[in-house]
Ligand binder design. Structure first.
Ligand code: NI
Length: 173
C-alpha cells in the first residue's frame, strides 16, 4: 500500500493517449489498490493512471456518498463508452487541477464496457455523478482534461487563474 504522487497540469503525461492494459497481474492489482488509496486520501471521486504518471488505460471511481456504509469502488480497465444519452452540465474539479472548478457539458447517462482486474469484460450503465466521473476519467486516458472542454474565453480565464493558483501553491511549500 502506498500513496502515489498526483501529477498536476501542465505535466506532459496528462496529455498522452494512454496504452491499453494487457497484463492482468499482481502489478496491476497493486497499482489499482494504490490508486484507490490515493483517491480516497486526496479526497476525490475518481483517479486515472496518467494522473499518477502511468500512461495506462486504468481508472478508479467511487461516487458513493459518505452516508452509505459500503464504498462502491469501480476499477475500470480499458474502459470504453459504448452508448450515451441525454445532457448534463455540472461543476467539475480534478485532482490534477486543484482549486479550480468549472461547469462542463457531458452526457447524462453512459454505458461503459470495461475489463475488471481479472480481465473479464463487463458493462455498466451509469448516471448522475458516476456518469460524469466515467466521462471525466476516460477523457484522462485520452489525454483530455476537463478544462479542455471549456470555451476559448473560459480557457484563457482558466490559464490566468491557474498561474495565481500555482504561485499560491508554491508559497505554501
Ligand atoms: Ni481529473
Amino acid at each position: 500500500m502506498a500513496l502515489l504522487k498526483i501529477r498536476h497540469y501542465p505535466d506532459p503525461v496528462l496529455k498522452n493517449v494512454a496504452a491499453p492494459v494487457t497484463a492482468f497481474d499482481e502489478t496491476l492489482r497493486q497499482l489499482a489498490h494504490d490508486m484507490a488509496e490515493t483517491m480516497y486520501a486526496a479526497p476525490g471521486v475518481g483517479l486515472a493512471a496518467p494522473q499518477v504518471g502511468i500512461s495506462k488505460r486504468l481508472t478508479v471511481i467511487d461516487c458513493s456518498s459518505r452516508e452509505e456504509e459500503e464504498a462502491r469502488l469501480l476499477v475500470l480497465i480499458n474502459p470504453e463508452i459504448i452508448d450515451r444519452e441525454g445532457e448534463s452540465c455540472e461543476e467539475e474539479g480534478c485532482l490534477s487541477v486543484p482549486e479550480y472548478y468549472a461547469k462542463v457539458s457531458r452526457s447524462a447517462k453512459v454505458k461503459v464496457r470495461f475489463q475488471g482486474l481479472d480481465g473479464q469484460t463487463h458493462t455498466i450503465e451509469a448516471q448522475g455523478l458516476t456518469a460524469i466521473a466515467c466521462q471525466h476519467e476516460i477523457d484522462h486516458l485520452d489525454g483530455i482534461l476537463f478544462v479542455d472542454h471549456l470555451s476559448p474565453l473560459k480557457r484563457s480565464i482558466f490559464r490566468k487563474k491557474w498561474k495565481k493558483i500555482q504561485e499560491h501553491m508554491t508559497e505554501q511549500m
